[in-house]
Design a protein around this ligand. Structure first.
Ligand code: HEM
Length: 277
């Protein structure tokens, strides 16, 4: 590329940059923008001229969006707590569907940060002071909620109905309201585990798992969080059911497939050609 061409392409870049950054910095607020408080929302990121590199805006926005999703989740879970205490199951199920959907989106959105190079993230990291995700206001509140959810669920749908989790899932299983609400909670717990596990993969991709956090803690400590189960009874009951079914582990069972020429004492729906002739 000639010197003249290079300087003309640089000029074009700066013209575009000026034009669009100016629009980003001075958005027009009509009714839509006013209702959504876009003025405040769009100025909640660092000024464009102060960003340390081309990835920092993405980094801030992803984290801010995740905080907004957690705000909506917490707000919705408060409604869930009230509807659960009224045993209004249809409402509980609809709202837990929303909560669990948000969790799936939160996990998916972590992927966006994998488009950031590890080198550029090191520059961003210097901007964070001692901050870490463990200080996330949304996540800290969210971690307080499972205990209350379990208490209210137990009162309305388990102990309060004279049942145990074992009966709901196994000996008196009837796919009833207690079971359906329990499964909403299991899904909630599972999605939190998935978020934590995917977040660990993101860390592996960006700073590496051997690194220390900005608080000086080993990143591998996060693995304990990812293994944590908020509603252990809901997971334990599955293991107990499997164990009680498979009491005779080690016992050699008949194979479910048949070797050529074996008699058909097994499945009545499957006949070999020789049996049919
Ligand atoms: C490149 C991106 C990211 C990196 C390198 C990263 C790194 C880390 C590290 C090192 C910790 C442990 C902090 C400590 O022990 O003090 C942590 C915790 C945490 N981060 Fe991130 N993070 C990233 C993105 C995100 C995003 C997008 C969210 C969105 C909500 C998030 C939420 C959290 C939360 C909630 C914790 C506490 C986790 C727990 O207690 O299980 N992080 N992060």
């Amino acid at each position: 590329m000639s010197q003249q061409q290079t300087s003309s392409s640089e000029n074009t870049q700066s013209v575009f940059r000026q034009k669009y950054h100016n629009l980003l910095d001075n958005p027009e607020m009509l009714d839509y923008g006013t209702y959504l408080n876009c003025q405040q929302l769009l100025s909640s990121q660092k000024p464009l001229t102060e960003l340390c590199n081309g990835d920092e805006l993405q980094f801030q926005i992803v984290h801010q969006v995740e905080e907004l999703w957690m705000k909506l989740m917490i707000y919705t879970l408060v409604d869930v707590l009230e509807y659960m205490s009224q045993e209004n199951t249809l409402r509980v199920v609809s709202l837990m569907k929303r909560v669990n959907f948000i969790q799936r989106m939160m996990s998916q959105q972590l992927d966006l940060l994998e488009t950031m190079s590890p080198k550029e993230y090191q520059q961003i990291r210097l901007q964070l002071g001692n901050g870490s995700g463990q200080e996330s206001p949304g996540f800290r509140t969210l971690l307080k909620m499972p205990e209350d959810l379990w208490k209210v669920f137990d009162k309305g749908y388990v102990t309060g109905r004279g049942k145990t989790i074992e009966q709901v899932y196994d000996s008196q299983y009837s796919h009833d309201e207690s079971y359906i609400v329990a499964e909403c909670l299991a899904e909630f717990d599972e999605q939190l585990q998935k978020f934590r596990s995917l977040h660990i993969l993101l860390i592996q991709r960006s700073i590496g798992l051997e690194a220390k956090s900005l608080k000086g803690r080993a990143v591998t400590l996060l693995e304990n969080g990812a293994k944590h189960r908020f509603f252990p009874e809901l997971w334990q009951v599955r293991s107990s059911m499997t164990d009680s079914w498979g009491q005779a582990y080690g016992e050699v069972r008949d194979p479910i497939h048949r070797e050529k020429g074996q008699s058909s004492s097994g499945c009545p729906f499957h006949h070999t050609a020789s049996e049919e002739s």
